[in-house]
Design a protein around this ligand. Structure first.
Ligand SMILES: Nc1ncnc2c1ncn2[C@@H]1O[C@H](COP(=O)(O)OP(=O)(O)OP(=O)(O)O)[C@@H](O)[C@H]1O
Ligand SMILES: [Mg+2]
Length: 662
């Protein structure tokens, strides 16, 4: 139902109008009013679709309804004039009336048509208004969007058939990027505002897009002129109106940051690649995020095979296990952990010293794990070798020391013996020399004394019993004879001694050096001593391997055995009726060892020390000259070229070891 407000100053055509609408089958409700106030009141109560109003009313003009409270009314208003008035019509239309109708019979009849037309016109107007409003709002929206865009936007109008371009719009970001105000660029040529645009390459892009209409992306390039330099990426496209738009994304800061980051990353990688240690970084999921060259070498895998994988997926099992255990410890303690790992790869034993620590961000939050390891396999191998060497070295040093001690001891002994034999030899020479010198006067004295004795004997025989006076003479002669006898006896003894003395200096020519059968030779020597042994109850045991032979001075051997046996009988068994002597011959590779032992009274340490010295005897004045052992010593050391050792203790018998080369 169409609602119409009909506002008439005088009279009302409401009913007539209702009928007219009915006639065209358009149901309509006519609200009649005669003043503006009434009209407003009824409009407050009920809205209408169209208003028909006289221009002049009692309380104002019908056109006043066109705007209500300053806002244009939302319904069309058709003004009814009483008489045609062109000027008024123009005025009314300008005021916003939808139509102007001059009241007359015919026009009134056509009112439904007028209303319909007004409604249609109104409909168009409201649509246009809405579109305009939307357009206006869009314009505001897009302008603000345009201005607040982070990308710089410049709109160009092609001129000279697209050879150059005028700047027709320029947003805030573009002002900022180019450090120039919009007002100073608008209407100017791009080549003028941006002198570097040709080199930059954008001019060609603008021309191409203008010609083809195809949008283009102009990749990141550096723009440069005398006062500007920046990195931008451009998107260029053509607007339907033919303008060309260039959107520049300023990537200068990003680019620099990226370049710095890239440089840093490259430097970082090359520093770590050249570090003499194995380095890796893992994320919190335990995946490798970085490995250096030594790490690749250790794992025998390439970086690409390792990154993004866990240790278990990219490393030898044993190594991965140990590494992960250590990392777990480090994560638990949040502190640096260091330990040694050993594993085998391709039959080679590897050892590394691994240090792991948490990688933290600036807030101290753990972001990952860093491991730094040093391959110490070589060091370990060397250490093992050294310790092995040390172990054997100690052993070797011990052996060597023992050998040296032994050599030193034998050197000392040799030295002692040398000194000893030197002493003995010189003493012997002295004795022999003295003996030689004494021998002649002694011989002369002995001859003279025996001649004197003979003379005396003759004289005594001739004068025996001749006169009484002779008795006294006899007595004197007897005394002289006694004296001569004493003289003879002592000269005899002296001669005997001198004989011994002479023996001291060994005379090698006494016997010939020859090869003898030791067992039979010594048995023979011993049998010559039998008479002496048989007188006593002593025993002698002799042992010698049957086939033992040696090239020696047999005389020396005989003399040695004789002297030793004599000493045992005389000294050792002095107070012992049942003594035993053992003589054992032990032939070895290149020497003969004669062991001589008795179980007699033995000697004190001091006596042992002196035994080989000439004139050492414990039987001085009882027939002992103390030369027997000295002679033995000289025979062994000089004639046989060997050694003699004596061991003894009181009551423990005596023990000689005689060693000489064969
Ligand atoms: N088998 C022995 N047991 C105990 N003492 C001994 C033995 N052999 C030697 N002696 C001691 O060594 C000393 C030196 O002996 P050595 O044969 O040189 O001299 P001697 O027998 O006393 O005199 P000589 O042999 O010149 O007649 C002896 O006086 C004796 O004290
Ligand atoms: Mg003796």
């Amino acid at each position: 139902m169409l609602r119409i407000l009909l506002l008439e100053r005088k009279g009302s055509h409401a009913t007539a109008l209702q009928k007219l609408f009915k006639a065209i089958s358009q149901p309509a409700r006519i609200v009649a009013a005669s003043t503006l106030a009434q009209a407003r009141q009824s409009l407050d109560q009920e809205s209408v679709e169209v208003i028909l109003s006289d221009l002049r009313l009692a309380d104002g003009m019908g056109t006043e309804l066109i705007t209500m409270a300053g806002e244009p009314l939302a319904v069309p208003v058709v003004i009814l004039l009483t008489a045609p008035d062109a000027l008024m019509t123009v005025e009314v239309m300008r005021a916003g009336a939808m139509d102007v109708v001059v009241k007359g019979e015919e026009t009134l009849r056509e009112l439904p048509l007028t209303v319909t037309r007004a409604l249609r016109g109104w409909h168009h107007i409201t649509r246009r208004r809405a579109a305009e409003k939307a357009l206006e709002q869009n314009e505001i929206k897009y302008r603000s969007l345009f201005e607040s865009m982070r990308s710089a936007v410049a709109v160009y109008q092609p001129v000279e058939d697209g050879r150059d371009f005028l700047l027709v719009d320029f947003n805030k970001a573009a002002e900022r990027l180019n450090r120039i105000g919009k007002e100073s660029v608008l209407g100017r040529r791009v080549t003028e505002v941006f002198p570097g645009v040709r080199e930059f390459g954008l001019l060609d892009v603008l021309r191409r897009v203008h010609q083809t209409g195809r949008a283009e992306r102009y990749p990141l390039t550096t723009y440069k002129d005398h006062h500007l330099e920046y990195w931008v990426e451009n998107h260029v496209y053509r607007l339907p109106g033919g303008e060309v738009v260039a959107v520049h994304d300023d990537l200068t800061n990003g680019k620099i940051a990226e370049r710095i980051l890239n440089d840093k990353a490259t430097q970082f990688q090359s520093v770590l690649d050249n570090a003499p240690v194995i380095i890796y970084i893992k994320d919190m999921q335990g995946k490798f995020r970085f490995v250096n060259r030594l790490f690749e070498a250790q794992a025998q895998r390439s970086r690409e095979e390792i990154l993004g994988k866990s240790g278990a997926e990219s490393l030898p099992d044993a190594l991965a296990r140990q590494q992960e255990l250590q990392e777990a410890r480090m994560i638990a303690s949040q502190e640096t952990v260091e330990s040694e790992h050993s594993w085998t790869l391709n039959d080679d034993m590897h050892t590394t010293l691994l240090l792991t620590f948490p990688l933290q961000d600036s807030d101290g939050q753990m972001q990952g794990i860093c491991g730094i390891a040093k391959d110490i396999s070589e060091r370990k191998r060397i250490e093992a070798q050294i310790s092995q060497l040390n172990a054997t070295l100690e052993e070797r040093v011990r052996e060597r020391t023992a050998q040296l001690n032994h050599s030193l001891e034998s050197l000392r002994r040799t030295q002692r013996q040398l000194v000893e034999s030197e002493k003995m030899a010189s003493l012997g020479n002295l004795v022999a020399g003295v003996a030689h010198e004494i021998n002649t006067p002694l011989g002369v004295s002995y001859t003279a004394a025996s001649y004197l004795q003979d003379l005396l004997r003759e004289h005594m025989n001739a004068t025996h019993g001749t006169a009484p006076l002779e008795t006294v003479c006899d007595q004197r002669l007897t005394a002289i004879n006694n004296a001569v006898e004493i003289l003879m006896k002592n000269l005899n003894r002296a001669a005997h001694l001198v004989q011994s003395f002479k023996q001291v200096a060994v005379d090698r020519c006494v016997t010939q050096r020859r090869r003898i059968h030791l067992r039979s030779f010594i048995t023979e020597v011993l049998s010559s001593l039998r008479p002496k042994l048989d007188e006593s109850a002593h025993r002698l045991c002799f042992a010698c391997p049957e086939e033992t032979e040696a090239t020696v001075y047999p005389g020396a051997i005989a003399q040695i055995i004789t002297n030793l046996v004599s000493n045992s009988l005389l000294h050792a068994f002095e107070l012992k009726p049942h003594g035993t002597i053992w003589i054992t011959v032990i032939p070895t590779d290149r020497q003969i060892h004669i062991k001589y032992r008795d179980n007699g009274r033995g000697m004190t340490a001091e006596q042992v020390h002196q035994i080989f010295e000439p004139f050492f005897t414990t039987r001085r004045g009882q027939g002992g000259a103390g030369l027997g052992m000295h002679i033995v010593y000289n025979l062994v050391t000089q004639t046989l070229g060997g050694d003699i050792f004596c061991h003894s203790a009181p009551d423990r018998g005596i023990d000689f070891s005689i060693l000489f080369p064969t």
